[in-house]
Design a protein around this ligand. Structure first.
Ligand SMILES: Nc1nc2c(c(=O)[nH]1)N[C@H]1C(S)=C(S)[C@@H](COP(=O)(O)O)O[C@H]1N2
Ligand SMILES: [Mo]
Length: 433
């Protein structure tokens, strides 16, 4: 189950290595949940599985897929996020905390590649440099930005490039994110393109390079420094943001100014933003090249080594959905026969056309209502009602389809060493009664 670390030789691994033996151990008869797991659901051994006949053989019930219990972040101003690591500090938002249409600061996931810098003494004096392939290099304070360029506000999704990584088998390197390295705050700032036009792009300005004030944990060099094609830099939703949800940006999230590059890997959305270079060739900072934020063009053997030389940069993020009304492992009162459920869905630069849900292990699917986004690059609310024929153990399977007709796959595809692009259908276990 995405979002949870594995124990050594977990039930999940047993299923991977020897599904038949795992089935025999986990199930007495294959219509009753016996097993070694269910930590997420308290005591539920012996629960009936009304749709057992539809459960694909060799597939681990979601309730049993949890390894060790997650650790939680304890930090002032932050909700109970799932701790992914302390050095650098990384924390994921549990799906059930992503229910707000606008992600509040306390529920906003945390992704750092280095140390969080000390707050600037005088935020108004913070300077951002624009240089490289421009006619007039600029040095702008936050005050200059506000005075010279129109301020715009939009709800923009910002998702870590590695979101969903825990879905890969074999395990890929990096934070084992479930689906919760995603946010959809309301950002206010100036359009990056307005600033670049003020500097005047030269003919050779084909790529950007981004710089921030934080340092790598090795204490040497920048934590991360990525860049993108000029087209994305010139898109109307790509911002130099100075406010999040109407407030100054919290220090953890890049105060006093950060880039916001919605729909593309979050690593482009430079926090503690100090400088943007315009370049004729792709930027070569930390986090560029090799297997970093790059995906195989031709599939490689899962688990194999590869230097990424012929991989391509990850651009628009793939379609994904979260269930926010009920947590994985939720228990519902006996006799519950109908349940209203809801969540969010998004698809990088695209929009979401459909969300479908199954409560019978994929035998039948039901279309949910999907709201239009308030603006491009905002996530979309989905909602609907499902029915349970009896008490027992069920799984809510949910999958979104993007505006090009691409659906979340049944299992993570295109395995790659650093684990980008995993967006398999999600499963949440629920117990009725
Ligand atoms: N300066 C700086 N910017 C950064 C990072 C970082 O470590 N340092 N991490 C990037 C990554 S990988 C992601 S996913 C987002 C996370 O932003 P958040 O911590 O506000 O959620 O910031 C990006 N910008
Ligand atoms: Mo990221």
């Amino acid at each position: 189950m995405p979002g949870y670390k594995r124990t050594e030789r977990s039930v999940a691994e047993l299923y991977r290595d020897d599904p038949e033996r795992a089935d025999a151990l986990v199930w007495g008869r294959r219509d009753t949940l016996k097993g070694a797991g269910l930590a997420a659901m308290g005591v539920a051994l012996g629960s009936a599985i009304p749709f057992a006949r539809h459960l694909p053989s060799g597939m681990l019930p979601a309730a049993l897929a949890q390894g060790t219990a997650p650790q939680f972040l304890q930090m002032e101003g932050k909700a109970r996020l799932i701790l992914q690591g302390e050095r650098p500090l990384n924390a994921e938002t549990p799906e059930a905390l992503l229910d707000d249409d606008v992600t509040p600061a306390d529920k906003f996931f945390i992704r750092n590649n280095g140390s969080v810098p000390e707050p600037a003494g005088d935020p108004r004096a913070w300077k951002i440099t624009v240089d490289g392939e421009v006619n007039t290099p600029l040095e702008l304070t936050l005050g200059d930005l506000e005075a010279r360029f129109p301020l715009v506000t939009a709800r923009l999704q910002m998702e870590c490039g590695g979101n969903g990584r825990a879905g890969f088998s074999p395990q890929a390197a990096g934070n084992q994110w479930g689906n919760g390295a995603i946010s959809n705050a309301e950002w206010t700032g100036v359009r990056l393109r307005d600033v670049l036009r003020a500097a005047g792009l030269k003919e050779g300005a084909k790529f950007t390079g981004h710089h921030g004030a934080d340092t790598h944990l090795s204490a040497q060099g920048p934590a991360i420094s990525r860049g993108m094609r000029i087209d994305k830099a010139m898109e109307e939703d790509t911002l130099i943001a100075i406010r999040m949800n109407g407030q100054p940006i919290p220090q953890m999230h890049g105060a006093p100014a950060r880039l916001l590059v919605p729909g593309w890997p979050g690593s482009l959305s430079q926090k503690w933003f100090t400088r943007i270079e315009l370049k004729a060739t792709p930027h070569t900072g930390r986090g560029m090249g090799g297997t970093s934020y790059r995906m195989p063009v031709r599939p490689i053997v899962p688990g194999s080594r590869n230097n990424g030389a012929d991989f391509a940069d990850m651009e628009s993020m793939p379609v994904r959905s979260v269930l926010t009304s009920h947590a994985h492992g939720a228990r519902l009162p006996a006799g519950t026969r109908a349940l209203d459920i809801r969540g969010q869905a998004w698809a990088g630069d695209l929009s979401v056309r459909a969300v479908d849900v199954s409560v019978d292990f994929g035998q039948s699917w039901q279309a949910m209502a999907v709201a239009a986004p308030p603006n491009r690059h905002a996530w979309q609310r989905w909602s609907g009602r499902v029915a349970f024929p009896s008490d027992g153990y069920f799984e809510i399977w949910y999958r979104a389809t993007d505006s090009n007709g691409r659906m979340q796959p049944h299992a993570a595809a295109n395995w790659n060493p650093q684990g980008y692009g995993a967006n398999p259908i999600s499963r949440a276990a629920v117990l009725v009664g």
